[in-house]
Write a new protein. Structure first.
Ligand SMILES: Nc1ncnc2c1ncn2[C@@H]1O[C@H](COP(=O)(O)OP(=O)(O)OP(=O)(O)O)[C@@H](O)[C@H]1O
Ligand SMILES: Nc1ncnc2c1ncn2[C@@H]1O[C@H](COP(=O)(O)OP(=O)(O)OP(=O)(O)O)[C@@H](O)[C@H]1O
Ligand SMILES: [Mg+2]
Ligand SMILES: [Mg+2]
Lengths: 317, 325
């Protein structure tokens, strides 16, 4: 067994927000204690409801924000803000919103060279340009794109630029926040293939955040299912897709649309109030939408239990 | 009279390196209460063609069309004032980039109530109630207090739902939804799609759904139009398209789906979409097409008949007959 390159334990992140103009601030528990280990060459997928804290987790692992609680160890180093600068090259991120994350006033060439300008000061301008051009080709863009601005690209092309930028510094861990959700199928498969190749070649570890279970099923080794700031199930991909044990995981799997207009649908339709991190229910957060929930579920938060296949549910399937 | 009728729409952009044709002779027809999905390669002009309909392209764009009408009204001839009264009210769009279409300086509640004030002339209390109702409909929990938050305080998917709420706020007759659910988990996605379909059923709203999620297309659309490099290359009812694609691009697209994958490396379409400088003379897909020959490289194809999905391809018959292996 290789040593894990990322070890997160009990990671949590809270935000203070103002709910009306004069009322006192409330705490949003965006992430309420998540544990995992990630090994080189492996892909850990994180799936779950919108707003359940996936991007928050990504920001903690990428050292953009400091956890409110918990510890993070990357490549053998305990992470505190004082070591952020030294560790930046080790972890790179591809953001969910490729447009918002690309500077509209920079040309693509500059965008790709910027990490080199900051982190590889001894590199000559010509070498930087060569590296950027090579990367443009690697992610399937065209040479003439080197001089263009982000607004001149389609959504999918912009995501390729974001992936190219993340790879410029040869990171060991790549956090991919919905990396292919803006891409059409054929480019999605090119990017997934590219990610597979890079992982094989460079032994990269991926933290792969996605809503698309058909992509996760294809791509991941292990999967964490999150619901309202917590992990509710954790298993190998095979196990999770064959025998989901948490009702939310089961609902997710049953609702995933299939590219077959004539296939039969057995969708578990969820009803009931969506939970809010500003107003966390006392017991299991999924209870309000769960068809198996009992009184006990509304009283206390179930722990994530089990050895290889972990689930946080009083009535697992 | 069709709700939306577009004939031979082309859009050219002026760029530093010359003219670039993003949309090339596209036809779209949509009836009241109909659901059309537009799929296709990234950069194939799906968003640009619909932004042209909405009149939302920058000045660098030149738009030409034989016809572009909404409920029989010629969109190329209306005054800016008339346009403002239609756009956002009778014709609304859910944009592909939720973050860049919301104003970061105002609360989301203010933004949605402003639209209701301008287009619906509602009083303050009615606006507030309607805003809460809309947030509930799109599944934003804690609707009343969420109205006071700013876009950056919400997750990507929540901003997307705010955009959806804004788009349906004024009961549009035509809704163009550009990748409306990409940032949402499938349980919410199902809820949003159910909502859009309900609006379609109850209010006879016409819906154009731009998406690359073939699962969503398979489960919601009635008719599918496939675009490649600015052109429409095929159009069929949804079942027929999945059962029997005619254009080689459509076939390649369907076989690249991860859910049809048999190995870790997925089938892809070699090469990239033609750019400004290597636009082929003939069929635009020919440089990447396994069936392409000399004729494809030289002569632009004309669409086949509707029984062959109006496929823009020279060799539909020969490929069918297995003569082009
Ligand atoms: N800066 C912030 N201030 C206040 N609340 C925040 C902030 N950032 C995130 N949140 C809240 O924390 C929760 C988790 O957000 P996060 O962006 O991690 O969700 P997510 O799982 O990535 O969702 P999505 O799939 O929609 O992108 C959300 O309820 C969000 O509104
Ligand atoms: N303002 C602009 N200036 C120059 N070119 C542009 C501009 N806006 C879009 N384009 C180009 O027009 C083409 C069509 O873009 P469009 O955004 O319509 O693609 P799309 O089909 O919506 O793709 P995606 O699935 O990635 O969203 C692209 O090649 C894009 O680079
Ligand atoms: Mg997110
Ligand atoms: Mg688009």
């Amino acid at each position: 067994m290789t040593q894990p390159i990322v070890k997160a334990s009990n990671l949590a992140r809270f935000y203070e927000v103002k709910d009306g103009f004069l009322s006192k601030p409330k705490t949003v528990k965006a992430l309420a204690g998540v544990d995992f280990e990630l090994s080189p060459g492996k892909t850990l997928a994180v799936v779950g409801e919108s707003g359940c804290g996936k991007s928050t987790l990504a920001r903690l692992i990428t050292m953009i924000e400091e956890p409110t609680e918990g510890t993070l160890n990357i490549d053998g180093t305990e992470i505190t803000p004082s070591v952020w600068a030294d560790m930046r090259e080790t972890v790179a991120i591809v953001f969910q919103d490729p447009y918002g994350s690309l500077n509209p006033r920079q040309r693509i060439g500059q965008i790709l060279e910027e990490p080199l300008v900051i982190n590889r000061r001894d590199m000559s301008a010509a070498d930087r340009e060569a590296a950027a051009r090579e990367m443009i080709e690697m992610v399937g863009l065209r040479p003439e794109h080197y001089d263009r601005y982000p607004h001149m690209f389609s959504g999918g092309q912009r995501q390729r630029i974001a992936i190219a930028r993340a790879l410029m510094l040869d990171p060991k861990v790549l956090v991919l926040d919905e990396p292919v959700s803006a891409l059409d199928v054929s480019i999605q498969s090119q990017i997934l293939n590219l990610l597979v190749e890079l992982q094989d070649r460079l032994d990269l570890a991926y933290l792969f955040i996605s809503h698309d279970l058909s992509v996760v099923k294809h791509f991941a080794d292990d999967v964490i299912v999150m619901y309202l700031a917590r992990a509710v199930e954790k298993a190998s991909k095979e196990t999770l897709f064959e025998t989901p044990r948490h009702p939310y995981s089961k609902a997710l799997l049953s609702t995933t649309p299939h590219a077959d207009p004539e296939g039969k649908k057995e969708r578990i339709k969820l009803e009931g109030e969506l939970p809010s991190p500003m107003n966390v229910p006392l017991g299991c957060a999924f209870a309000a939408r769960c068809w198996l929930a009992t009184e006990a579920c509304r009283k206390s938060v179930p722990n994530l239990e089990g050895t290889d296949h972990k689930v946080a549910c009083l009535h697992p399937l | 009279m069709s709700l939306l009728r577009i004939r031979n729409l082309s859009v050219d952009f002026a760029t530093a390196s010359g003219q670039f044709r993003a949309v090339d002779g596209v036809d779209v027809t949509l009836e009241k209460g109909e659901l059309l999905a537009i799929v296709g390669e990234s950069g194939s002009g799906k968003s640009v063609s619909m932004l042209a309909v909405m009149g939302l392209l920058p000045w660098t764009a030149t738009i030409t069309a034989d016809e572009m009408s909404f409920e029989g009204r010629d969109l190329t001839k209306i005054t800016p004032r008339e346009r403002r009264s239609i756009i956002g009210k009778d014709m609304a769009m859910i944009f592909q980039e939720p973050m860049s279409s919301l104003n970061p300086c105002f609360t989301v509640g203010f933004q949605i109530k402003e639209a209701l004030r301008i287009h619906m002339g509602m009083d303050r209390a009615t606006r507030n109630n309607r805003a809460v109702e809309l947030f509930d409909q799109v599944g934003i929990p804690d609707a009343a207090s969420r109205l006071n938050t700013f876009p950056h305080q919400m997750s990507g998917g929540m901003n997307q739902r705010v955009m959806i709420a804004m788009a349906i706020a004024c009961n549009p007759k035509l809704l163009i939804a550009d990748e409306p659910t990409t940032a949402l988990d499938v349980t919410i996605q199902a809820q949003i799609l159910d909502l859009l379909i309900r609006l379609r059923d109850e209010q006879d709203m016409g819906l154009v759904l731009i998406t690359h999620d073939m699962g969503v297309v398979a489960e919601t659309a009635e008719r599918v139009s496939v675009q490649y490099a600015g052109q429409k290359v095929e159009e069929q009812p949804v079942k027929d398209l999945f059962r029997h694609p005619y254009h080689p691009y459509t076939s390649a697209l369907l076989s690249a789906l991860p859910e049809r994958a048999t190995s870790k490396i997925l089938p892809t379409i070699p090469g990239v979409v033609p750019g400004q400088f290597d636009r082929p003379q003939g069929c635009l897909f020919s440089p990447r097409c396994q069936f392409a020959d000399e004729k494809c490289a030289q002569t632009p194809p004309v669409p086949c008949g509707p029984e062959q999905g109006r496929a823009l391809c020279h060799h539909v018959d020969a490929i069918e007959a297995g003569e082009m292996a």
